[in-house]
Design a protein around this ligand. Structure first.
Ligand SMILES: Nc1ncnc2c1ncn2[C@@H]1O[C@H](COP(=O)(O)OP(=O)(O)OP(=O)(O)O)[C@@H](O)[C@H]1O
Length: 283
């Protein structure tokens, strides 16, 4: 069996000032699987991502990355583009640093930019681009490395709602075609359900529950308006509320696919679907 792309096993992170940001976090991201982390502010999502990326050492527990480190890409909330470089030159930077020839890196950058719908903006500088377009460049820069694992830290958090929805649709289409492993942090329940195969609900320092998302890829944008989608988002919202997060829109019925952190079925509501588990095992 192919090993998962990423495994965190019992990871604890205590910062020098004594803050216990992670307290026994275990999670896996399989190949070709997109996993989202949702949870209240300060529960440790970014820390988990940074530990996964090797940017922070865990205090205890282990991290297994089964990917070429050169094939791990990041997308942050801030697109962090170089203002003096064109969109193409920004995207080509990664292959440039790896010694890829100019002709090849330009071709790869153009392909990646076309993939994110920026075929008409290849020579534009960041200041000539809207916030959504800058984020597309940032996604293209992540894709140009042909990632085995892509790590996303709330990439769409600063965008307006319409841009955010269109970038979700874009990323979902790219994921359906390329099927990298992904770990994606978001505060949006609907974004988590629309994009991912599994939603991990975090409470302070811990993964409290896991919700399997059964919808096949590619996912049409209209999926977001179906009762099945609303039911699953409702389950995640309820689990998030229990974990200490802000309540979001919940629906009456519950989908299949929710388990608690210990793997027991969690009865989120009458007629709960299979697929929800609570990390603590209580429901
Ligand atoms: N370098 C650091 N030194 C000390 N404490 C830190 C450090 N980085 C994060 N923390 C603390 O660790 C906890 C978890 O922070 P983290 O940024 O991982 O949470 P988060 O869930 O990503 O929050 P948000 O949703 O607001 O981005 C917080 O209490 C935060 O203040």
């Amino acid at each position: 069996m192919t090993p998962p792309a990423l495994v965190l096993d019992g990871v604890t992170k205590v910062f020098d000032d004594g803050t216990r940001a992670l307290d026994g976090v275990s999670l896996t991201v399989g190949r070709g699987e997109l996993v989202t982390l949702v949870g209240p502010s300060g529960c440790g999502k970014t820390t988990a991502l940074r530990v996964a990326a090797g940017l922070e050492p865990p205090t205890s527990g282990s991290v297994h990355l089964d990917a070429d480190p050169a094939a791990v890409s990041f997308v942050f909330q801030d697109p962090t583009l170089l203002e003096w470089r064109t969109a193409t030159a920004n995207v080509a930077l990664v292959p440039e640093l790896r010694g890829v020839t100019r002709a090849e890196r330009t071709e790869r950058a153009h392909r990646a930019l076309e993939d994110v719908g920026l075929g008409d903006a290849l020579d534009k500088r960041p200041r000539q681009l809207s916030g959504g377009m800058r984020m597309r460049v940032s996604i293209a820069r992540a894709l140009v490395a042909d990632p085995e694992l892509a790590l996303f830290d709330e990439p769409f958090g600063a965008l307006d709602e319409i841009t955010r929805l269109s970038l979700q649709t874009l990323l979902q289409g790219i994921f359906a075609r390329r099927r990298f492993a992904g770990l994606f942090i978001t505060h949006s329940v609907s974004e988590a359900v629309y994009l991912s195969d599994r939603v991990l609900v975090m409470g302070p320092g811990r993964v409290e529950a896991e919700v399997a998302v059964p919808f096949a890829h590619p996912r049409p944008p209209e999926l977001r308006f179906t009762p099945e989608f609303a039911a699953l988002a409702g389950d995640v919202s309820r689990l998030l509320e229990r974990a200490g997060g802000e309540p979001t829109t919940a629906s009456e019925s519950s989908p299949s696919g929710v388990t608690t952190a210990r793997g027991e079925p969690a009865t989120a509501s009458e007629g709960s679907p299979s697929g929800v588990t609570d990390a603590r095992g209580d429901s």
